[in-house]
Design a protein around this ligand. Structure first.
Ligand code: RM4
Ligand code: MN
Length: 383
């Protein structure tokens, strides 16, 4: 089985996946939860150590603020991981009740812009190149504010942030069709995100969070379209049964993940040169965190491995000949291919455990963390 396309393929894991989280009704705690960004990085590094797939960790600001960035960077180096995308946070402050970059009050827009400038500084100090922006901005009632006015304010604020960024920086602009407001969202869809990115310049690209679509949306179509425009900057992978429930990617609909990765392969975008950042945006609410992340990166790897099995020549022939079912069957043959033992062999050949989840259980890491991390306050989603 040819799996060469996996060479150089990596996935970025989020620091917030390791802190305590829960349902909307209850945050569950557990022994050994990380208490600070250092411990979150240590947990994240386990995923890379056992899978060889996840050598970058996204940070969220201010959740992951530290006094000494070079010290955190040195800690990451020691663990064999790097700081990935820096995520801004304008959704947890009273000032942002009516929005952040779109807020009608210029003083609050100023504060939200300044927060992004602070994130750019964090990037300079950590060597990160990606600033990831998700805004909570939106309206609850028709007429509450001017839909158009908010887009103008957004464009102006993004312009200032983009112009303040360095030549090696990218702006990753995320969309979400719902939440936290009900009537409208200021960046509800990929089209709105893309329009802002096109206006900003070529270092601005769209983030596709798989959970941020209406049920039934053809996500792979969006992937294809953004790739055509060279504007797919990153994924936020997760799974959903309904809404943005941040479950393990591929757990609800592995076939959808395969279809997405097939569009990636068709455009050669799995290769590092494409600069598509394959990130996870999940927090595990009842399941164990580190195994949850391990399983997530393995699911993405598996979907890619299957997508690499598509017989492109046979597919092209069937498509050209109008062989509807034959073409579909070529895709299904790849999807139905059992790649598990080939992937385990490949891991073994690279000095990695055949079964990373099992190896994590056997490593005693969780027990050691529980013993060593006594006292202090555990980090939660949002701290
Ligand atoms: C949002 C969005 C962002 C993430 C926050 C926590 O829904 O997905 O990417 O940073 O949640
Ligand atoms: Mn996201």
């Amino acid at each position: 089985m040819n799996l060469d396309g996996l060479d150089g393929f990596t996935i970025e894991v989020p620091s917030w996946a390791y802190g305590n989280s829960g349902t909307r009704f209850k945050v569950f705690t557990r022994p050994g939860g990380p208490r600070n960004p250092y411990e979150k990085l240590s947990d994240a590094a386990q995923v890379n150590r056992l899978t060889g797939l996840a050598n970058r960790v996204s940070l969220h600001i201010p959740w992951d603020l530290v006094d000494d960035w070079s010290d955190l960077k040195a800690h990451a180096d020691k663990l064999g991981v790097r700081i990935g995308a820096i995520n801004s946070n304008v959704f947890q402050d009273d000032d942002y009740r009516l929005g952040s970059l779109c807020n009608p009050d210029p003083a609050i827009r100023r504060k939200a812009i300044d927060h992004h400038l602070q994130c750019l500084d964090v990037m300079r100090q950590t060597g990160s190149t990606d600033l990831k922006i998700w805004l909570p901005d939106g309206l609850n009632y028709a007429g509450q504010d001017s839909l158009r006015g908010r887009q103008e304010r957004l464009a102006e604020a993004l312009r200032e942030i983009y112009d303040a960024s360095d030549d090696n920086h990218r702006i990753l602009l995320e969309y979400k069709f719902f939440e936290p407001y009900f009537y409208s969202t200021d960046i509800p869809d990929w089209g709105t995100s893309l329009l802002h990115c096109l206006a900003l310049g070529e270092r601005a690209t769209v983030v596709l969070d798989t959970g941020h679509h209406a049920p039934g949306t053809n996500i792979e179509f969006i992937v294809m379209q953004l790739l055509r425009q060279g504007r797919l900057g990153a994924f936020d992978f997760n799974s959903r049964y309904y809404a943005d429930d941040d479950l393990i990617v591929g757990s609800a609909d592995p076939f959808q993940l395969f279809r997405i990765m097939s569009e990636i392969v068709a455009a050669d975008a799995h290769r590092p040169e494409s600069r598509v950042n394959f990130m996870l945006d999940q927090c595990h609410n009842i399941e164990e965190k580190i195994p949850g992340q391990i399983l997530s990166v393995l699911n993405v790897e598996q979907a890619l491995a299957k997508a690499l099995q598509v017989d492109q020549a046979a597919l092209a022939t069937a498509q050209r000949e109008g062989d509807v079912l034959g073409a579909h069957q070529v895709l299904m043959d790849a999807y139905e291919t059992d790649v598990r033992s080939a992937l385990a062999d490949r891991r073994e050949a690279r000095g990695l455990p055949r079964d990373p989840v099992k190896a994590f259980g056997a490593s005693g890491y969780a027990q050691t963390a529980a013993a060593e991390r006594a006292g202090g306050t555990q980090a939660g989603w949002g701290a």
